[in-house]
Design a protein around this ligand. Sequence first.
Ligand code: ZN
Length: 429
Amino acid sequence: MKLLLKGGRIIDPAQNVDLVGDVLVQDGRIAKVGGQIDPGDAEVLEARGLVVAPGLIDLHTHLREPGLEAKEDIGSGTRAAAAGGFTTICCMPNTRPVIDNAVLVAGVTQRAGLEGAVNVRVIGALTKGQEGKELAEIGDMIAAGAVALSDDGHFVESARIFRTGLEYAGMFDGVVVSHAEDESLAGDGYMHEGAVSAALGLRGRPAVSEDIAVARDVMLAEYTGALLHIAHVSTLGAVEIIRQAKRRGVRVTAEVTPHHLTLTDEAVLGFDPAAKVHPPLRSGEHVEALLAGLKDGTLDVIATDHAPHAFEEKDVEFRYAPSGFAGLETALGVVLTELYHTGKFTLPELIDRMAAAPARVFGLEGGTLKPGAPADITLFDPNQEWRVDSSLFYTRGKCTPFAGKSLKGKAVATIVGGRVVMKNGEVRA
Ligand SMILES: [Zn+2]
């Protein structure tokens, strides 16, 4: 089976490629890139005016399966991914039961192979039941295909357990992903601690709770020499700690979400439960630091932290609403609107942060259009204008702080292993 993408702007940061031309896909792999390629018997997909990029990869998706299918399942979550232009997503283990053993890693991987519209890689729990007390079967899970280990949703309170987890994962070259918020400082807070929380009379989650947690984890990574990845960085202090650590050669990488890059705690004014998330939306100085960190490579990756909830769970008073919201279907549009069209980032920089860098950080195949690589490709129109209407989302999580926003830039086609799984917003898988 052959597919020819004709006349698009091909951007492949992993190879420093940015040119107008054709891409030929054959037998699920990239066969040829650049210039004018004779279609022969290939199916032709017109890409004029579109960007042809390596398929977007999300390192932080909550698929909610097993056990929480009212919020999302593999079918709905991967279709949301395809609609948003993602070809690979890595799913978090805070499910019911928690994905903390090899059988569950293998089971979710297998189900995703059958039901999934895009590639799914599973992140196993670092500790049993994500309770932070006893290490999970790290080696067995990695052998079963786990791509990283994380107690995401919780900070691993015990430094001793976290150290042992880093050491154990390190023996298999496994990456440990940290949800870094010191719960003794942040645990009973609802939003960023600052002027807005004071005005609203809501208890805050101070930035220092994240700074402390990131500092501890970075020091343990430095001490053990293991691979550490910091999830959803949201503070100025954390950016600076990671920047210094990288200079010293610590093996730490980090991600930042589209919402932390583009929204402030003022989104909570009016008590909109859609704006409730952990770590919380911060004040402007933090947003500026995140943008600078993403620019200079301190923050390697943009990840969605797609965290869908059933509408009736989220549609309650702010204090009682669960934290998190859907992100897969807005990520690219938000990033292009707020980071590209404002002149802050170039397209190659953003494609690096959303495709090449995620592949590098988790050691995944893909993230490039090099001949021989899997034919995971995202075509997007950087200039298409659209309005966020969550009733049209494929995800079950209809809640988003971007609801009603006008965005510029949208995925037009998503190709996974040479198969077109989404075209013009319609998912076919
Ligand atoms: Zn988290």
